[in-house]
Design a protein around this ligand. Structure first.
Ligand SMILES: Nc1ncnc2c1ncn2[C@@H]1O[C@H](COP(=O)(O)OP(=O)(O)O)[C@@H](O)[C@H]1O
Ligand SMILES: [Mg+2]
Length: 321
């Protein structure tokens, strides 16, 4: 299997007000050719900084990397010619049409005018931009603009496409449309590396996911394998803080079906096998231990549970902060 991306100890430190911020902290990573690889983490996790190093826009503080077979440090120009990059804000000139943007970009990459026009027409059709391709970009909806952004990143037929938060702010229908386009690109042989802070995007769209927090990868696997690590079910026992203080986690961890007990501010989370059959038992146990329950819930694992288990905090909560 060949590698689209291979990095070792990739690190970026920023200095602001004489304080060091380790935005990316010693990443080791391999992305395979032909996969949709997701970089999932909350705001500030270091996703954009990583992507900017992988696309040669930012020089690493330490570490090495190969992207589409070329060395990031010594062959940056070769890397740049073979990758596409769609930043969070996109690269479209707003006071021009999508068609004009695409043609200009193709000309920059050295296509003749006729080739550039053909390339633009092909992308306009593939990304379903036909209805608005000859209007100014500033008149587009969020979803239309995003599809045009992605088309722009593909003008020079890159083998590897980087997408930074491709569906932020889009309505569900536009998101689904963008996902469809990303899957189509993979079918055509393009490798995709995308960042996201959306759990469902990582879960549904990506072949493999690296979960990142504070500049490090805390878990990496297929979404289903990541969720399987958690065990079968999660039971959350909501309690007032007074009960939490009283609660001895050994009460729960002594049960055969309980794999792990995590105390939080207003709840105790249990990672368990066979959640349904355990619930009645837990209720009796809480009663006997004099613990007041405010709520009780059972759910099957999500990628947020993986994140929570590895980091002690939740992506959903971070996203809403
Ligand atoms: N140019 C910069 N100067 C100083 N700090 C930065 C700079 N760019 C990013 N950071 C910091 O690095 C961390 C990671 O940022 P970023 O890579 O943008 O995260 P993400 O894309 O996951 O939201 C954050 O703490 C951010 O404030
Ligand atoms: Mg970012």
């Amino acid at each position: 299997m060949s590698f689209a991306i291979q990095i070792k100890n990739l690190t970026k430190a920023f200095y602001s007000n004489k304080k060091e911020v380790l935005a990316v902290n010693g990443l080791d990573l391999i992305v395979h050719t032909g996969e949709i690889f997701g970089f999932l983490g909350p705001n500030g996790a270091g996703k954009t900084t990583t992507m900017r190093m992988l696309t040669t826009l930012l020089k690493p503080t330490a570490g090495t990397g190969h992207v589409v077979g070329y060395d990031l440090a010594t062959q940056a120009e070769l890397v740049r010619r073979r990758i596409g990059y769609v930043s969070q804000s996109g690269g479209l000139e707003r006071s021009a049409t999508a068609r004009e943007n695409l043609i200009l970009q193709a000309r920059i990459f050295g296509y003749s005018f006729q080739e550039a026009a053909d390339r633009a027409a092909r992308l306009i059709s593939a990304f379903e931009l036909v209805d608005f391709a000859d209007r100014y970009v500033e008149t587009y909806s969020g979803g239309q603009r995003r599809r045009a952004d992605i088309a722009l990143g593909l003008v020079h037929k890159p083998k590897l496409l980087f997408l930074d938060e491709p569906t932020v702010g889009l309505d569900p229908q536009s998101r689904a449309h963008v996902w469809e386009q990303i899957r189509r690109l993979r079918e055509e042989g393009t490798t995709i590396f995308l960042t996201t802070h959306y759990l469902d995007e990582a879960d549904n769209l990506c072949d493999r996911v690296a979960i990142v927090d504070r500049g490090t990868i805390v878990a990496l696997d297929t979404p289903s394998a990541l969720k399987r690590q958690i065990g079968s079910d999660i039971i959350t026992l909501g309690m007032p803080e007074t009960s939490i203080a009283l609660c001895d986690t050994a009460v729960f961890s002594s049960l055969a079906d309980v794999r792990e007990v995590i105390k939080e501010k207003e709840s105790v989370r249990l990672l368990v096998r066979q959640g349904e059959s355990l619930l009645p038992h837990l209720l009796r146990l809480c009663d006997a231990a004099g613990l007041t329950l405010t709520t009780i819930s059972l759910h099957h694992p999500t990628l947020d549970d993986v994140f929570l288990q590895k980091t002690g905090h939740s992506i959903t909560q971070e996203n809403n902060r």
